[in-house]
Design a protein. Structure first.
Length: 256
């Protein structure tokens, strides 16, 4: 009984504690006490990952002069909320400042934006949308079969066709998002390094990579080397020690 009461008390006062810590962090940020703001925001995030707080933490790091840590936290904000436009905007500013902007001119700009929209939602989101459309199709089909009013029949027929097509499209989107989801493999490079052709410091140096670059980790060896893929498709090996994974374990559990 005492254990149950203890849990209930924690559930009641934990949100108040988090709110108080965030208020302290916000106040410190406004007073340009960025180190204090960073500590308080990190305390909040250690207990409850949140896109807005990651965004605020990124701002605090940026104002303190640590652009690489700002990039890492803007990426974490976008992992939890892909539609956080403020985080996207500030991330782009940081990348441009370091000369590592991932934006490239594309002849298929509209298609690229469409792909970005599809993969920004989870596979389960599109699957649920497909399921709801399938339910609507079933309802419309039954209405068409068991009603005699011509107006209702015509409307039900139209809606059944539209919902069936939409269900098929959403299920395709679900598969697409599942295949394209690399979010849990994304890392941020924390210091300048070289991309090597093989997992060995004596191997051929392919090119230099700047700190703050976001990349995908394909695999990591027992010897501490990670095979990575850069935004423009290049791949090679770097030391795993200088990478920071974007989604923490608790972030992943809160989004799946």
């Amino acid at each position: 009984m005492n254990k149950i009461i203890h849990i209930l008390v924690l559930c009641l006062f934990l949100p108040l504690s988090l709110s108080a810590n965030k208020a302290v962090a916000d106040s410190a940020y406004l007073n340009q006490q960025y180190d204090t703001a960073i500590q308080q925001y990190e305390q909040v995030l250690s207990e409850s990952p949140n896109s807005t707080v990651y965004y605020n933490l990124g701002n605090a790091y940026y104002q303190s002069g640590d652009t690489v840590m700002a990039i890492l936290n803007y990426e974490r904000a976008l992992y939890l909320d892909p539609f956080n436009e403020d985080a996207k905007f500030n991330l782009n500013i940081c990348q441009n400042r370091l000369g590592i902007s991932e934006q490239s001119v594309s002849e298929m700009y509209i298609f690229d934006k469409f792909v970005e929209f599809v993969v920004s939602r989870s596979a389960s989101f599109w699957a649920w949308m497909g399921f709801l459309c399938a339910v609507l199709f079933t309802v419309c089909y039954l209405l068409r079969r068991f009603t005699e009013r011509s107006v209702i029949v015509r409307i039900a027929s139209l809606l059944s066709i539209m919902s069936l097509v939409a269900s098929l499209i959403f299920n395709v989107f679900s598969i697409w998002a599942k295949v394209a989801d690399n979010s849990e493999k994304k890392n941020v490079l924390m210091q300048n390094t070289y991309l090597y052709a093989n997992p060995n410091s004596s191997a051929k140096q392919v090119r230099e990579i700047k700190a703050g670059t976001t990349l995908l980790v394909v695999e990591t060896t027992n010897s501490g080397w990670s095979q990575v893929e850069l935004p423009r498709g290049e791949s090679g090996w770097i030391s795993a020690e200088i990478l920071s994974v974007i989604p923490f374990a608790e972030d992943i559990s809160n989004t799946h």
